[in-house]
Ligand binder design. Structure first.
Ligand code: CAA
Length: 384
């Protein structure tokens, strides 16, 4: 299928590509080495309108569609997966749900500043003892008069320590003996909110990943997003958008690793000439190129469906499953093609290899994507 991008989609891809090559690529390895969150670069990304890409302009966003957003993520992932993940989270699992489920007053207070680039958003679903089993979370939001009191802790929170507000999911009651979940918008600077620690990670080392604690955190009822009991649906719907984005990020990492390997095959001589003349390596390069192209088409399909207002749960899961697993294979092969040079930091493939690893884990592991796909396939009449 030939994908014809709109003028806006092409323009965003070009703009982000130019910015990524000029302002991010030259520094990404150093940020990674120093585990440094690049605040000044994020200020620029915010000014470019990349925090709330799918949010309408009236709420401070760029008014773009999800396809343009995914294309932008691929361009960021191509040079720096750490920058990419913070942009992904703030757009798809903070801004998008607040835009979709929030009241005008909530959007004015907690969407506009984020979408217009003043601060990043975060998404607090997982807990130390509840990851894949999203319905197993134990953070509680107890009703006290007109307020809710939040107690519990959240794990693996991208941008926890640098965000302005987070979307927090908690058990707010019980219906027919089963827990009922609700979503709350919680400002980072609020009594009872604490950053417990920052994770030491294998990859994405310049992004912040935190454990966040809530202790007797009192929230007035205007912090509730949607209705009481809507929490799990809001989380899972947001993740449908998020997973298409992580597929795009994965394609970006794969493309970055591919580009470095492609150059290396031309420049590295062995046995009397460039190693790119060997058929075994050419076969690998061909496989890598095909897997990247397939991943790109899959995320474009998942994003396009959502842009048309259709549910894309299965397509987003397929895109994420394929692209994340392919990016791991491609980054692995890119390291292999570099021999010893792939194992040291002289070339970016070592960083791409470490960064790719988490893409099969966060926003739903590969095992969860297979489960989601299998459920959808079993429910459909044709199984296709
Ligand atoms: N959109 C809207 N609603 C949905 C939905 C979707 N995609 N998927 C399910 N729902 C609804 C269901 O219809 C159901 O509603 P009812 O109760 O009214 O019937 C409700 O949500 C619960 O759905 P399920 O019964 O299917 O839920 P389940 O408990 O069987 O779990 C699951 C399903 C697929 C395993 C889900 O828990 C899941 O996706 N787990 C993985 C969670 C995940 O991806 N976590 C990553 C966290 S974010 C992160 O990585 C951090 C970061 O910062 C990057």
């Amino acid at each position: 299928m030939d994908w014809k991008l709109t003028a806006d989609q092409s323009m965003i891809r070009e703009m982000v590509r130019e910015f990524a090559d000029a302002e991010i690529a030259p520094h990404a390895a150093e940020w990674d080495r120093r585990k440094e969150f690049p605040s000044a670069t994020f200020e620029q990304l915010g000014e470019l309108g990349l925090f709330g890409m799918v949010v309408p302009e009236e709420w401070g966003g760029a008014g773009l569609d999800g396809t343009a957003y995914c294309l932008a993520l691929e361009e960021l992932g191509r040079v720096d997966a750490s920058t990419c993940v913070a942009i992904s989270v703030t757009n798809s699992v903070y801004c998008a749900p607040v835009n979709k489920f929030g009241t005008d007053a909530q959007k004015d207070r907690w969407l506009r500043p984020c979408a217009s680039g003043q601060w990043l958003g975060a998404f607090c679903l997982s807990e130390p003892d509840a990851g894949s089993d999203a319905a197993g979370l134990t953070t509680r939001a107890e009703r006290r008069g007109d307020d809710y009191v939040l107690n519990g802790s959240k794990a693996w929170i991208t941008s926890g320590e640098v965000c302005g507000a987070m979307l927090v999911f908690a058990v707010s009651g019980e219906v027919a003996g089963k827990p009922e979940f609700s979503a709350f918008i919680v400002p980072r600077e609020h009594d009872g909110v604490a950053i417990i620690h920052r994770e030491e990670k294998m990859g994405l080392r310049s992004s912040c990943t935190n454990q966040v604690g809530f202790e007797d955190c009192v929230l007035s009822s205007d912090h509730l997003l949607g209705n009481e009991g809507d929490g799990l649906k809001i989380a899972l719907d947001s993740l449908d958008g998020g997973r298409a984005g992580i597929a795009a990020q994965s394609v970006g990492i794969a493309q970055g690793a591919f580009d470095v390997a492609h150059s290396y095959l031309q420049e590295r001589d062995a046995f009397g000439g460039p190693i790119g003349r060997f058929e075994g390596l050419r076969h690998e390069l061909g496989r890598m190129a095909a897997e990247i192209r397939a991943g790109r088409l899959l995320y474009l399909r998942a994003a396009t469906l959502r842009d048309r207002g259709l549910r894309n749960t299965r397509q987003a899961a397929i895109a994420k499953l394929h692209a994340s697993e392919a990016s791991n294979r491609i980054a692995y092969q890119a390291v292999q093609m570099h021999g010893g040079y792939g194992y040291v930091t002289d070339y970016d493939v070592e960083r791409f290899y470490r960064d790719a690893r988490v893409t099969t884990i966060y926003e739903g592991t590969s095992e969860i994507q297979r489960l989601v796909i299998a459920r959808a396939v079993l429910q459909s009449a044709t199984g296709a």
